[in-house]
Design a protein around this ligand. Structure first.
Ligand code: NDP
Length: 337
């Protein structure tokens, strides 16, 4: 194996701001491995909406920072403490807190796993964060841990931003679990994608009245579960669309954060309100491995597929952020060093 380079290309953010603060550099020192870490030469890295929150400062981060939470590639070095757990040449995918927008990434072994043979490195990089979010939020937040076998009428579930990265996986996985999905998205083309993924009803919420349509579809009862990654723009509508005793899962802020809430607003329908994060569902190695195995199983079986919107060269990451924030994308955005 070739010697590990001392410097690398990476995208560094020195202060919060617009896409102009994403600085592509070719002379960034390569990470030094700490105990329990492996060094991964990235082949693909995933872009997630959370990367934009780090960039803008909506989520606070110490700066300078190399953001990016997932990737896949080949192990090129290991810390002596790692032993035989991983070795150079292993093909791995990982999920971390920061450091993926780079040629090389130091990854704690607890957050890496070998990519199954026959599974593409691009697919593995694309699957991790959004796939684990969809799977854990369905199992843990909504409590649909198993397909509801023998139940003819699955619960009606509303997914917002249903053609996005997390949204398109939610639609497919919920359908596999037997839910009847109402998919809402911002264009006719996005709605079409959600239909192909199994949604029973679609609503183009840029043109149609979301609340009214959901009421029509559910005969005025509302939906049992809502998955909302849009946030501020839709939260009040969610409280109108949720059924009595329904579960409202607010998991994102694409349109901005939901303002502080008067808790009494939940009592009108005995709503269960959650604001979960993926990382608190995969805090242990057991949780991480169990859910990742389930995710890869779903992808390998063909029951769930990944839509890769585009692979951007790392130096064009600003364009990728701009496309994502401009609602111009569907599915997954990847980077390539
Ligand atoms: P997406 O690919 O879903 O992109 C965001 C989508 O949100 C857009 O395509 C758009 O779809 C919709 N949207 C609605 N209003 C706006 C707006 N004002 N500005 C921008 N987008 C808007 O991104 P991800 O799949 O990466 O993430 C989806 C959400 O899930 C994000 O809020 C993210 O923070 C959250 N998330 C949360 C996690 C957690 O642990 N809690 C983990 C992973 C993701 P449309 O045009 O159809 O409305």
């Amino acid at each position: 194996m070739a010697p590990v380079p001392k410097s690398m290309s990476a995208v560094v953010i020195e202060q919060p701001g617009g896409t102009e603060v994403l600085k592509y550099k070719t002379d960034v020192p390569a990470p030094e491995l700490k105990e329990g870490e492996i060094l991964v030469k990235n082949e693909y890295m995933g872009i997630n909406y959370i990367d934009t929150y780090v960039r803008t400062g909506f989520y606070k981060s110490t700066m300078p920072v190399i953001t990016g939470r997932e990737g896949a590639g080949t192990v090129v070095a290991t810390h002596p403490s790692v032993g035989d757990a991983f070795k150079p040449g292993d093909r791995v995918a990982y999920l971390i807190e920061r450091g993926a927008y780079a040629e090389l990434t130091a990854v704690p072994t607890g957050r890496a796993l070998r990519i199954p043979d026959g599974f593409g490195t691009d697919q593995a990089a694309a699957a991790m964060l959004q796939g684990l979010t969809a799977i854990t939020m369905i199992s843990e937040s909504a409590g649909f841990a198993q397909p509801r076998l023998g139940v003819s009428e699955g619960p009606r579930v509303l997914v917002l931003a249903a053609a996005g990265g997390v949204g398109s996986l939610l639609v497919q996985m919920l359908t596999v679990r037997g839910a009847k999905v109402i998919a809402a998205a911002g264009t006719a083309e996005k709605c079409e994608r959600a239909s192909k993924h199994g949604a029973q009803w679609t609503i183009n919420y840029s043109e149609e009245d979301l609340v009214q349509r959901v009421k029509e579809i559910t005969n005025g009862e509302g939906v049992e579960v809502i998955f909302d990654g849009v946030g501020k723009a839709t939260f009040d509508k969610d409280l109108e669309m949720i059924a009595r005793k329904g579960t409202l899962i607010m998991f994102g802020n694409a349109s901005g954060g939901v303002p502080p809430l008067d808790i009494l607003r939940l009592s009108g329908k005995n709503v269960k309100l959650l604001r979960p994060t993926l990382y608190n569902y995969i805090a242990t190695r057991e949780e991480f491995e169990t859910y990742t195995k389930e995710l890869f199983g779903l992808l390998e079986s063909g029951k769930v597929s990944l839509d890769i919107h585009k692979v951007y060269p790392l130096k064009d990451v600003a364009q990728a952020h701009s496309d994502l924030e401009g609602r111009k994308t569907t599915g997954k955005l990847l980077l390539k060093p």
